[in-house]
Ligand binder design. Structure first.
Ligand code: ZN
Length: 137
């Protein structure tokens, strides 16, 4: 079995941002030489996430509004008793989930027609990373 590992670094200026990383995963796949297998893409933080969905600006705003509704920024979360102020970002990460697995078939990401891979930042303004691990033959 072949495997190939890459790290993607982010330092977004905003607190929240949704970044399409599909081309980065495709680049990693090309370097790996894997034809049949899986690509794991995982945020290496507890206040970020990785998900698969449509690359459509209205939808991205809808996702952000939905997350804000369920885990609003600012309220006095118990987590803030530690001195932190990012309780909402932890909960948003749980809602989006932290990783995805994308199938690889005949050397390509076997995504559906509208599926894209996104890194979702919920507590930006600092260096953070995601891991891409390609495994297969
Ligand atoms: Zn925290």
């Amino acid at each position: 079995m072949k495997s190939h590992t890459e790290y993607l670094w982010f330092n977004v200026k905003a607190k929240r941002e949704f970044i399409n990383i599909t081309d980065k995963v495709e680049d990693a796949l090309a370097k790996s030489g894997v034809q049949e297998g899986m690509a794991l893409v995982s945020a290496m933080h507890i206040t970020a996430g990785v998900y698969v969905n449509d690359a459509e600006s209205g939808l991205i705003q809808d996702i952000e509004d939905w997350l804000q509704g369920l885990a609003p920024e600012g309220p006095d979360y118990r987590h803030h008793r530690t001195g932190e102020v990012n309780g909402d970002a932890h909960l948003k990460s749980l809602l989006i989930h932290h990783q995805v697995i994308v199938p690889i078939t005949e050397g390509r990401l076997d995504l559906g027609p509208w599926q894209q891979v996104y890194y979702a930042e919920f507590d930006g303004r600092r260096r953070k990373r995601a891991i891409i691990k390609i495994m297969g033959e």
